[in-house]
Design a protein around this ligand. Sequence first.
Ligand SMILES: NC(=O)c1ccc[n+]([C@@H]2O[C@H](COP(=O)([O-])OP(=O)(O)OC[C@H]3O[C@@H](n4cnc5c(N)ncnc54)[C@H](O)[C@@H]3O)[C@@H](O)[C@H]2O)c1
Length: 336
Amino acid sequence: MSTTSVYDKAYHNSSIANASILVTGGAGFIGSNLVTYLLEHGAKKVRVLDNLSNGFLRNIEPFRNNPAFEFIEGDITKPEDCKRACEGIDLISHQAALGSVPRSIKNPLATSEANTTGFLNILLAARDAGVKRFVYASSSSVYGDATESPKIEGRLGNPLSPYAVSKLTNELYAKVFAMHYGMEIIGLRYFNVFGPNQDPNGPYAAAIPLFMNSLLFGKDAVIYGDGGQTRDFTFVENAVQANVRALFTENKEALNKVYNVAVGEAVSVNDLYETIAGIAGSNKRPEYVPERKGDIKNSLADISQAKNLLGYDPRYKIREGLQVTVTWFRKAYENA
Ligand SMILES: NC(=O)c1ccc[n+]([C@@H]2O[C@H](COP(=O)([O-])OP(=O)(O)OC[C@H]3O[C@@H](n4cnc5c(N)ncnc54)[C@H](O)[C@@H]3O)[C@@H](O)[C@H]2O)c1
């Protein structure tokens, strides 16, 4: 295990040494962090299925010579690729999807194909291959227009975007697959995850990598609305912990449920910007532009269900996570 890794803490049990694990979307941001954890902790096999539409070979480059690592360039919208990827697999963490609310408003069909049809394809392939457990990425966007705070798993509002519809549909399919086919399935509703390997480029980049790019390298950054909107920003190590705990939990009560994955602290976008500015040592100002359609005003998670049933205990608060992320961005992009 590398001494500089944030993945020095173990959340799995001893069965990892015999486990063949498929990470879909493993060349993307969260997926590649999960792959790092699994390989650093001695998983028998880690296979990635990714079509590289929004992921990068550079994210999986560090593992290319690891004999426990396999990469399949393929697409979850193709049932034959899903079938191939599930062969000989014990556990799946399904991360592949088209992220971004604005992208889904611009092109709902593409979001539906990857996030809904793709989800169904991989779930069917997992069922047919007799995979033991299926963990998947849902999203805090499923809370939609619910105004209650903090957000509790059972209390949803109406979805506000095609992206939210796709993630809600995943949760509904998960429920009926568990019911009809006896599968062990766990959904993880991530709340604004950030950290190393998150892409700062392209029209759908998330706020934190955009702010990093601006405050470290002088690029422009915008804040939508007045910046008073709040989010439960979650460092990626916490999201990896949730995945690992869900993949390996022996608590039967924890199965076939969805969980909020966050820290349980709300921070405004303005405060987030100032914290990054402080760490980066920059006084560059953002541009304020009108708020975006489909955005939730405030988003704070109640994480007690994940704590109680999965033993999830977020180790990184936002500031510590931002420090690690700023260091990573400096190194990764200083010569770009
Ligand atoms: N990052 C967040 O804050 C956040 C929040 C809530 C939910 N999520 C969900 O978590 C998961 C991972 O998100 P991320 O931030 O790492 O995004 P990402 O875009 O970095 O990773 C997604 C990966 O999936 C791959 N992919 C997309 N469509 C595919 C297809 N049809 N076939 C095969 N591979 C495909 C992409 O190439 C990419 O590598 C996604 O399901 C996303 O919706 C993320």
